[in-house]
Design a protein around this ligand. Structure first.
Ligand code: SF4
Length: 95
């Protein structure tokens, strides 16, 4: 079991309020808004944490750059992919 798998197992066992707290913490580390791909539409929908919460819904995003490899959330989660806003969350990409 790698870091991502053990972290997902831990997160799945959290109470809803604990998970919300973790999500809020990770949103604070998320680099998505600084990415050239992130649009006004994404900001308006308050989209963040695509690697965990899933890809953008309803916003047209042109793949330009991706800061995921240097994002602290990548270290926290143990993720290995990127471009989650287009491809979906790490959990789905590993299926
Ligand atoms: S790894 Fe990528 S999608 Fe996940 S929080 Fe960081 S910048 Fe956002």
């Amino acid at each position: 079991m790698d870091r991502f798998e053990s972290e997902i197992k831990r997160l799945d066992a959290l109470r809803p309020e604990e998970l919300e707290k973790w999500i809020d913490q990770m949103k604070g580390l998320c680099r998505c808004p600084g990415c050239a791909t992130y649009t006004e539409c994404n900001a308006k929908s308050r989209e963040l944490l695509y690697c965990y919460l899933g890809k953008s819904v309803g916003c047209d995003m042109q793949a330009r750059t991706c800061d995921c490899p240097v994002c602290k959330v990548t270290d926290e989660l143990g993720s290995k992919y990127s471009f989650y806003y287009l491809n979906g969350p790490e959990k789905v990409l590993r299926e």
